[in-house]
Design a protein around this ligand. Sequence first.
Ligand code: GDP
Ligand code: MG
Length: 442
Amino acid sequence: TLADRLSQLVKTMRGQARITEDNVKDMLREVRMALLEADVALPVVRDFIERVKNKALGAEVAGSLNPGQALVGIVHKELAATMGEGVSDLDLATQPPAIILMAGLQGAGKTTTTAKLAKHLIERRKKKVLTVSADVYRPAAIEQLKTVTRQAGAEWFASTPDQKPHDIALAALDYARKHYFDVLLVDTAGRLAIDEALMAEIRDLHATLKPVETLFVVDAMQGQDAINTAKAFKEALPLTGIVLTKLDGDSRGGAALSVRQITGAPIKFAGVSEKIDGLEVFDAERHAGRVLGMGDIVALVEEVQKGVDIQAAQKLATKLKSGDNFDLNDFLSQITQMKKMGGLSSLMDKLPAQMTAKAGQPDMDRAEREVRRMEGIINSMTPLERRKPELLKASRKRRIAAGSGVHVQEVNRLLNQFEQMQGMMKKMKGGGLMKMMKRMGG
Ligand code: GDP
Ligand code: MG
């Protein structure tokens, strides 16, 4: 995987003290790949890489970091800064009702987000909120907004498919004024693709309502296409913010960077579930880690940059439990954490020698399979079994073996490896553990 390749490069750069034209090239190529794999649009990636390169060249490498790690740190910081610039909550500083206009393609999540925002405004900002749907093309859309508005505890203004969006907007605004609503959220129609008639319609709604916020709702899974959608909406409307939806999916969320760069508007919220409370204030820092897909290296770099290495090591070390209560959950999280941190080859350095001897150092494919199989076996155990491995007698082992598609001997072998690790954890208190953590940090 990409994280593995990067970690590999990070390793080869050990012992160099500066980021130079020479050593930065390969690293940047990997970062470029990471961003493309996260579905950041190509022109946006080019721009970004250029900026990072200028920042990185000649940069001193702090503490015990190597240039590779330092570069990941620079990339992460730049990503977070780009995506997080100017972020703030919804702007409601206007004569009430503050109007919020929702824009975006069909299926982006406008209706869902309208209700989520209503809930957010009611609960966090104590506002009296009205919603209205100007989506007259699909009768179900109006009903949908009604349902989710109820869930949000806001009031819904009735509209019907035979009305014009323009008239709906005026009627809702009139109602909101007369009944002293603080906020009017206006849900709109979307099409599957950009459509001139639709753009003209939403432009008219914008001119009529003069919203204080015009939010562009975009599906994080949209990937490369996000750039075209964003361009079209930016040209049609003065966008004031972005809501990135469906971040609970498995996309790496690169659309955030593309859309941020194309529209220039801040990403204000992230949708993280279909449910009404699945809305979070956008966290650029955290999202940068996700886009990069190298959370653990980033964490390490930050720790090291914050202070002395020893402190970083100590902090990481406390995450490992002492041998006394080290269970299969810890074993599993160590396997996965190490895998993430350093790729498999460095994982092999970190595992006890007895374990790596068997897998064979040069045979990485086999080692990778081995780790995956270990994960599979532990995943087939119940939570209780993971906490109390001593429960694992013959019949349970047979069930686990069947569940994970291996022979019972392999379950036994894993339990042996676990016991070895547990024993090691017991021995490695204080200095020993610290030494191991320092080695893990590279
Ligand atoms: P609209 O056409 O833009 O109004 O989109 P909808 O609000 O109807 O949402 C389209 C689909 O995406 C629905 O099935 C929603 O439940 C789903 N959806 C919206 N936001 C999210 C989100 O943040 N996470 C997930 N998992 N689903 C979402
Ligand atoms: Mg809708």
